[in-house]
Design a protein around this ligand. Structure first.
Ligand code: AMP
Ligand code: MG
Length: 420
């Protein structure tokens, strides 16, 4: 970007700048029992066919379908039962003409057989079986490679592993997978007013909530957060804190980036030789945010207001961490909403309005969660989305269609299930 660092840039420019400074993380091998949620760093290719052998989908009888053409309830066909195959038995025996082999679900289909008749369609006296159904060739037979074929590209690089993915990898017999290392993120809360949790609150003081908000947000995107002790509003304290973050992939500080008399974060970042890319984005909340990079490390000087710092995290930090992890898609998902109530917004800034969502027929109705002050964290805790008011307008009018960023868990459990 270069140029004047005091320039107020747009949200889009800030996102582009941050992403352009991201460097991919290293990879490591982890056991699949702990791989859920990790990001695949090496493609998973099937080394074997799954299933590896033809097998039965039912408890029943392995048969030759040609023997049973025309068999029915009215005219059952009787076959000789020559063996029994359980799940796990090595494939053996052959079904000859006029014969059947008793077989369990998962049992290897014997040679000669091309179909399975389920127990419910048969009656047996042990040595013979009366079959009341004419199976088509292949009925209730799971062919070799029905699920995966050797050589299939099963899971691609950048995929966030889900339980079914873990099962696929396990079905191939692989005890480990290669995933991106979790980014190590240092969290520094700055401010003379801050008090550690569990300590008494003196007049004029507040608890340090941001550090824990951000650590949780880091964990949610798959990073590994380390919360540093509270950093006082002095140049020396900041210098010391920044110096202690060497070795981290990203550093998040909160507070001290505005124009207050004790806002030294920018100055100390510059002094440390970090290349500062921007300060001030035309957004609300979170206008005073500064971003710097050096040697592939990312430094986010987030605002101190609790809502501002978390909104900035969603807009800039989360995409950066996802990109570093190798994920293909990195931004918060959007939804189209209709405003249920009007809300005034800051002209000249991109305002992100905290709203709840409710479904009304085909539309999602968004309602502001109350005061939009950047100090009121509760209104973010209540929100399902951030409705976007672009810089040119000063109101999101009731009934207007608006794009919103989805926040919070993607799958919110429902109070009901849809089954009769
Ligand atoms: P600052 O950006 O340092 O001017 O702080 C802006 C506002 O955010 C002030 O009201 C601070 O008290 C508040 N604030 C700063 N840091 C934190 C924190 N770690 N936890 C909660 N509130 C904070
Ligand atoms: Mg401060």
């Amino acid at each position: 970007m270069g140029g004047d660092i005091s320039l107020v840039i747009s949200v889009a420019e800030a996102i582009a700048q941050v992403l352009s400074d991201v460097v991919p993380l290293a990879a490591e091998e982890v056991g699949i029992a702990v791989a859920r949620g990790r990001v695949l760093a090496r493609e998973v290719v099937a080394g074997i066919d799954i299933p590896p052998f033809r097998n039965s989908q039912m408890d029943g009888f392995a048969v030759r379908s040609a023997d049973l053409a025309g068999s029915s309830d009215a005219a059952p066909v009787r076959l000789r039962v020559v063996a029994t195959i359980a799940a796990g038995d090595a494939p053996e025996g052959t079904v000859g003409s006029g014969e059947a082999i008793r077989i369990m679900t998962g049992g290897a289909l014997p040679e000669g057989a091309d179909a399975v008749v389920k127990v419910e369609d048969t009656s047996t006296d042990g040595s013979t079986v009366a079959v009341r159904h004419a199976p088509h060739p292949g009925e209730f037979v799971r062919p070799v490679g029905e699920d995966l074929r050797a050589g299939d590209r099963v899971l691609e690089v950048g995929r966030v592993l889900r339980p079914a993915d873990i099962g696929l990898i396990a079905s191939l017999g692989l005890p480990t997978v290669r995933v991106a290392v979790r980014p190590r993120v240092a969290v520094l809360a700055t401010g003379d007013e801050l008090v550690d949790l569990g300590r008494p609150l003196a007049p004029g003081r507040i608890y340090n909530s941001n550090a824990y908000t951000l650590a949780a947000a880091v964990e949610e995107v798959g990073g590994d957060a380390v919360v540093f002790g509270i950093v006082r509003d002095t140049r020396d304290a900041l210098r010391e804190a920044f110096a202690a973050t060497r070795g981290f992939d990203a550093v998040l500080s909160t507070g001290g980036v505005s124009v207050g008399d004790f806002d030294f974060v920018k100055e100390v970042m510059d002094e440390q030789g970090l290349e500062r890319r921007f300060w001030q984005v035309a957004q609300k909340p979170g206008k005073p945010i500064t971003f710097a990079a050096r040697d592939g490390r990312l430094y986010f000087g987030l605002p101190g207001n609790p809502v501002s710092s978390l909104v900035c995290f969603e807009l800039y930090v989360a995409p950066a961490l996802r990109r570093a992890l190798g994920m293909k898609h990195v931004h918060a998902p959007t939804v189209e909403v209709v405003m249920e109530r009007s809300v005034r917004t800051a002209k000249g800034l991109c305002e992100l309005v905290r709203c709840t969502l409710r479904r009304d027929g085909d539309v999602l109705l968004a309602s502001p969660t109350g005061t939009q002050s950047s100090g009121v964290l509760r209104s973010l805790s209540l929100a399902d989305c951030l409705a976007i008011s672009p810089p040119g307008i000063d109101e999101l009018a009731a009934g207007s269609r608006v794009t919103a960023l989805r926040i919070g868990p993607v799958h919110t459990p429902s109070p009901e299930h849809p089954f009769a």
